[in-house]
Design a protein around this ligand. Structure first.
Ligand code: ATP
Ligand code: MG
Length: 567
């Protein structure tokens, strides 16, 4: 491919609308263009990478026996009525009517279509399990489409559906999928964590999200070197707490104007963890509650909702109504009628530094059971980095993640039973299929790769998904050195390398900047001076290193290097 012909209109300036590196760089490198909110065209460079990501995905699906097919994007609304999802999916489901006024949905995912496909044709347990998949555009009318390919309204997804005769068989398919997903991420050059998407209460997981680690991610995660990984909102651990100041006697201390954890900790010269944070709220039944957590942790909304229903934090008026003072709430001397719920981690702590329920006063040395009664101990906090791992006790790391894929064990109820999708078991009895579904965001993967692989100059593609593996940059605009560059590009192409030849009549500086922006992993820089010495220069985009390769053997060397990195 000649760069002079390549349709990749680059931008000099950062586009104002792009907050994330991936969005900004994909626009700047001339790889994507916006058509409307959440709708993007993939220009030739991006499309080459997308096809490579798809190929990796296909390879992994095929390797575990999943079969590729293609179902229509449009799905009749009746199918969504059968599963009951037509209402549940809400306004994200894009609908349209045909000329006969029949309603169709633009598929946001295809459980219904695939369940319908097999329900009358997969008849016997002997035919099972079967896993089918397709790679196609999906549509979701996202409330806030944003961040370019990260959250768009039309995006490319690989979705797979498995049909098994037993839970054991579903479990096997699911385990195979987990292996395939991990390899997919790895081969795409993504550092990703498998994060349990459910509580795992029934022993083992039934859904895993594959989270690519990146600052730009929407999910907040904690993980451990031992392999544990979880959404911080969903995780539970035993938070380590320190004791407050004093010798254990209850003491009221004048703390004028010190209404925040930070100020109180500084006043006592103690870590925030040694203080106690008290939150006043009204539970779902309208009853007042004070919830107490270690000073350096937050009340976890999901856990609180489970305990307190549709709760809210008290407003200033409500605080006044219940005789509470903002910044000085605590467990000792709590006005009557207020339920006290404390985080489990505080159970064995006997010297609490906490509000005194009096403006400008705190207690130190407050001790549960002796100085106040706790109505309930419960897990209330959001786990954070530095807390101990619930599995092995080592320190948890923290960071953000982008969901690139998810695997689910759906079971029999949600679709198969509802839609009458059954097979005959060994005894000839009709049974609903044990189903699994497995999605990968192909276009989001592209954005996630850029989030993990870029620097100030542009994208730094891993070889496996690079639009071109090598760019040959001619320093001269014509003449022998230019012809030599063209010849090297031809040789690389003939050896099966994806190569682009920067033949443009531009200054070397412009070419270097564009090649860096577009992120080709290897740049072969060919100029008169080098050729006179029998060398060409190789620049490695990832680390910026440059070395002179002896012309004789340079191609064979480079080909071997690229092939090693293709995965
Ligand atoms: P999210 O929580 O990010 O909205 P989801 O859990 O609803 O995603 P799934 O139904 O699990 O998404 O879809 C499978 C995969 O499709 C996701 O893991 C993600 O990679 C991708 N995906 C989902 N929504 C979008 C979107 N609006 N734009 C791009 N990719 C998406
Ligand atoms: Mg998901």
């Amino acid at each position: 491919m000649k760069m002079s012909n390549l349709y990749a209109p680059t931008l000099k300036e950062d586009p104002a609308e792009a907050e994330l590196a991936s969005h900004r760089l994909l626009l700047r490198a001339g790889m994507i263009r916006k058509v409307a909110a959440g709708l993007y065209s993939y220009l030739p460079l991006a499309w080459r990478s997308i096809r490579k990501i798809e190929a990796i995905c296909r390879d992994e699906m095929d390797a575990i026996g999943a079969q590729e097919m293609m179902a229509p994007i449009l799905t009749p609304a009746e199918l969504w009525e059968e599963s009951g999802r037509i209402g549940a999916y809400g306004p994200e489901l894009m609908r349209l009517e045909d000329r006969h006024d029949r309603t169709f949905c633009l598929g946001p995912t295809h459980e219904e279509t695939f369940t319908d496909l097999v329900r009358n044709e997969l008849r016997s347990y002997k035919q099972l399990p079967v896993t089918l998949y397709h790679i196609q555009d999906k549509f979701r009318d996202e409330l806030r489409p944003r961040f370019g390919l990260m959250r768009s309204r039309e995006f490319i997804m690989k979705d797979a559906y498995s049909f098994s005769a037993t839970q054991e068989s579903l479990q096997e398919v699911y385990e195979d999928m987990k292996g395939a997903y991990a390899r997919y991420c790895e081969r795409c050059g993504l550092k990703a964590l498998p994060v349990a998407a459910d509580s795992g209460e029934i022993g083992g997981d039934s859904s895993i999200e594959y989270m690519a680690l990146a600052e730009a991610g929407e999910a907040s995660l904690v993980w451990c070197d031992c392999g544990f990984a979880a959404d911080d909102e969903a995780a539970s651990t035993t938070v380590v707490v320190s004791e407050g100041p004093g010798d254990g006697t209850l003491e009221k201390v004048h703390t004028p104007g010190l209404g925040t954890i930070e100020a109180v900790a500084a006043f006592f010269g103690f870590p925030e963890n040694g203080t106690r944070k008290s939150l006043a709220l009204i539970d779902g039944d309208g009853e007042p509650v004070v919830a107490i957590v270690p000073g350096d942790h937050e009340l976890n909304d999901i856990k609180a909702s489970k305990l307190f229903g549709d709760y809210h934090l008290m407003s200033d008026e409500e605080l006044e109504q219940f005789g509470l003072h903002k910044g000085f709430i605590g467990p000792v001397g709590l006005p009557a009628g207020i339920r006290l719920v404390c985080d489990e981690s505080l159970k064995s702590s006997t010297r609490w530094a906490c509000g005194a329920n009096e403006v400008d006063y705190h207690y130190t040395g407050a001790c549960p059971d002796r100085d106040f009664a706790v109505d309930m101990w419960s897990d209330l906090v959001t786990v954070k980095p530095g807390d101990p791992c619930p599995h092995c006790g080592k320190i948890l790391h923290g960071g953000r993640g982008i969901e690139c894929g998810q695997v689910f064990q759906i079971g029999t109820e949600k679709y198969a039973a509802k839609m009458g999708a059954t097979f005959a078991d060994e005894n000839g009895r009709e049974q609903p299929f044990y189903m699994g579904c497995y999605g990968i965001g192909i276009s989001r993967t592209l954005a996630a790769i850029v989030e993990q692989h870029h620097d100030d100059d542009g994208i730094v593609w891993p070889v496996s998904v690079a639009p071109y593996e090598v760019s040959v940059i001619a320093l001269d605009k014509k003449g022998e050195a230019f012809d030599a560059a063209a010849d090297l590009a031809d040789q690389l192409a003939a050896a099966g390398i994806d190569v682009v030849f920067d033949d443009r009549k531009e200054r070397p500086g412009v070419k270097f900047a564009d090649n860096d922006l577009m992120g080709f992993p290897y740049q072969l820089i060919v100029g008169k001076r080098g050729l006179q010495n029998g060398t060409v220069e190789l620049k490695v985009r990832a680390d910026g290193t440059r070395e002179d390769l002896v012309l004789d053997g340079a191609i064979a060397d480079l080909v071997a290097r690229v092939e090693r990195e293709r995965r």
